[in-house]
Design a protein around this ligand. Structure first.
Ligand SMILES: Nc1c(C(=O)O)ncn1[C@@H]1O[C@H](COP(=O)(O)O)[C@@H](O)[C@H]1O
Length: 174
């Protein structure tokens, strides 16, 4: 893969099942990324070094996912000027509420843009928007993506109305 512009980091390889959706979203926009296991708890020095070097290596944003006592996103945000998108990874107990609360309640000054529990796809899309903000071609593709979503949602409404009413008339404009 050519020079990565997004770093996808996670506390353990066991997070990949969730975090893979961030990578897939970036693939859809052909944005190069790298993937790493970096634990604030288990490998604090490496995690700090990664955060400190990320901007200098050309990354534009970091997507960081972790479960339980999910300190990784916040700790990365504390040592990089890059935007950090946090993904609460749900574990076996507590339904991901522990991960969510560990990531979302950051002290003022060190923001982490937290997505929903297991919301790795949105994290990838948000990272794509961050890159698109200074890339007109990518911004156009993001606009097309939104138009596609609109078309899909419109189609869902048509199908539902056809099922309920036996007609494909435009529901709220009859
Ligand atoms: N929350 C963190 C951090 C961290 O925040 O630094 N490091 C690992 N972990 C989390 O521990 C969970 C279980 O990890 P294992 O599957 O390796 O036991 C994972 O969800 C990981 O993100």
């Amino acid at each position: 893969m050519s020079n990565p512009v997004i770093g996808i980091a996670m506390g353990s390889d066991s997070d990949w099942a969730v975090m893979e959706a961030a990578a897939q979203a970036l693939d859809e926009f052909e944005i190069p990324y790298e993937v790493n296991v970096l634990s604030a708890h288990r490998m604090p020095r490496e995690m700090i070094a990664y955060g400190e070097q990320a901007a200098g290596r050309g990354l534009k944003a970091i997507v960081a996912g972790a479960g339980g006592a999910a300190h990784l996103p916040g700790m990365l945000a504390s040592v990089t000027p890059l935007p950090v998108v946090g993904v609460p990874v749900p574990l076996k107990y507590l339904d991901g509420m522990d991960s969510l609360l560990s990531i979302v309640q950051m002290p003022a000054g060190i923001p982490v843009a937290t997505v929903s529990v297991a919301g790795a796809r949105n994290a990838g899309l948000l990272a794509a928007r961050i890159v698109a903000a200074s890339d007109p071609e990518l911004r156009t593709r993001m606009e097309e993506f939104l138009q596609d979503l609109n078309a899909q949602a419109t189609e869902k409404g048509k199908r539902l109305r056809a099922k309920v009413e036996g007609t494909d008339s435009f529901g709220f404009a009859r």
